[in-house]
Design a protein around this ligand. Structure first.
Ligand SMILES: [Zn+2]
Ligand SMILES: [Zn+2]
Length: 403
């Protein structure tokens, strides 16, 4: 690159900083104003005063004012890291692009880059917080023309396991179908199909601490509303949006959830990375169930044992169950029944322990769902079978019912 004093002289007169920024990629550890001073010395270039500069229009003179404004805006949001972005008047961007084109330089940096860096340094120095380009707690976008500040607050993710000790509550909030959550006569004005959920019971103890605007629940699968979730519980992540506080007392929240008497318990609460949500959602692990089965006719012990042995390790085909057909595509799924054991029995019923691949419809494995699941317990026993109750007792391949 060779920028002669001649071609530079034909351009509108720049301030010393904007002059230096044309050479930003030349040498390190030097600021743009310092570079500009050297260049103007060597070339005998008389720089413009910043507020007369056609590119920056003196915006850097307001850096301290912008810094204080940004700090004030971020203040209500607890954070340890931040990232500064900015918007400039398109005329400014055009002006600097015009200079680059005329001088055919390739050592420059855009004004935005310098501005973001300088403002970031000023904020870091004044607050002791660090700039983070990957996962900032707060992202600031400052509009230098209108002097507006937009903030994006990174969500907080809390991971743990939950146990559901009662039947009849769904895992997540379930908006009323009739009013879509607005509140109507059918839902008694609550906007919900169910008065509460695992999500709401846990969130109730974390939302006030975080002073967040909304919560989202990510479970490693879900059990039926009428099934309990026992054993070590089910891994989940609760996402808290727009949190004012990020350092939460999770031990306290755990005690509060467990002491709420609402039938949900949590263990092992800890802060999680946002990337763990996908991990939890994609985990395809075996589940262990305790199934309370009722027969409509007497079944001999020998016959029951024989059928359970036949189903153990078998591959079953499940057409989408009638009970979920309204919200799932109708298709055939192949699933492996890893293990099946009789835990207890009398003539009219049995308690079975079943380990199955994730996504297996256990109720249909028992009832047959009108022939949509084959083979099935009812068909092999030759009696009608009903599931009286169902519990998930373990999640994870290493927790099979053989142990
Ligand atoms: Zn300038
Ligand atoms: Zn409603």
């Amino acid at each position: 690159m060779a920028i002669g004093s001649e071609s530079l002289g034909q351009q509108p007169r720049l301030c010393v900083r904007c002059l230096g920024r044309l050479f930003a990629k030349v040498g390190k550890g030097v600021s743009n104003p310092e570079r500009g001073a050297v260049v103007s010395d060597v070339l005998g270039y008389e720089p413009a005063k910043p507020d007369a500069c056609p590119v920056c229009k003196g915006v850097f003179d307001s850096l301290i004012r912008f810094r204080d404004r940004v700090i004030r805006e971020m203040e209500p949001w607890e954070h340890s890291s931040f990232l500064i972005g900015s918007r400039f008047d398109p005329a400014v961007v055009e002006a600097e692009e015009g200079v680059w084109a005329a001088l055919r330089t390739d050592k420059h940096e855009p004004i935005k880059m310098e501005f973001n860096r300088e403002l970031g340094k000023a904020v870091a120095l004044a607050t002791g917080k660090e700039a983070n380009f990957e996962h900032p707690d707060v992202t600031v976008v400052l509009d230098t023309t209108y002097e507006t500040v937009d903030l994006q607050i990174a969500a907080v993710f809390i991971r743990g396991n939950y146990r559901k000790l009662v039947r009849g509550i769904p895992q997540t909030r379930w908006p009323c179908k009739a009013c879509m959550g607005k509140g109507c006569r059918r839902c008694g004005g609550t906007g919900k199909m169910y008065q509460t959920s695992v999500e709401e019971i846990i969130a109730a103890k974390l939302m006030p601490q975080a002073n967040a605007s909304a919560h989202f629940f990510h479970g490693m699968g879900r059990e039926d509303i009428d099934a309990r979730m026992l054993g070590d519980g089910r891994p989940f992540i609760l996402e808290l949006r727009d949190p004012h506080r990020r350092a939460l007392d999770l031990q306290r929240a755990e005690m509060e959830v467990n002491g709420s008497g609402e039938g949900v318990e949590v263990t092992g609460l800890r802060p999680a990375a946002s990337t763990e949500v996908a991990e939890i959602k994609n985990e395809r692990t075996d589940k262990v169930y305790r199934v309370f089965v009722k027969f409509d006719a007497e079944v001999a012990e020998e016959k029951l044992n024989e059928v359970v042995s036949a189903l153990r390790g078998s591959r079953i085909v499940q057409q989408t169950p009638t009970r979920v057909a309204h919200r799932r595509a109708d298709m055939a799924r192949h699933r492996i029944v890893r293990d099946m054991r009789v835990e207890g029995r009398d003539g009219k019923g049995a308690v079975l322990l079943v380990t199955a691949e994730t996504g297996t419809y256990i109720k249909e494995l028992v009832t047959g769902d009108g022939g949509r699941t084959t083979p099935n317990l009812s068909e092999l026993l030759g009696v009608r079978c009903a599931v009286e109750a169902l519990d998930v007792i373990a999640i994870g391949a290493d927790k099979g019912c053989e142990q």
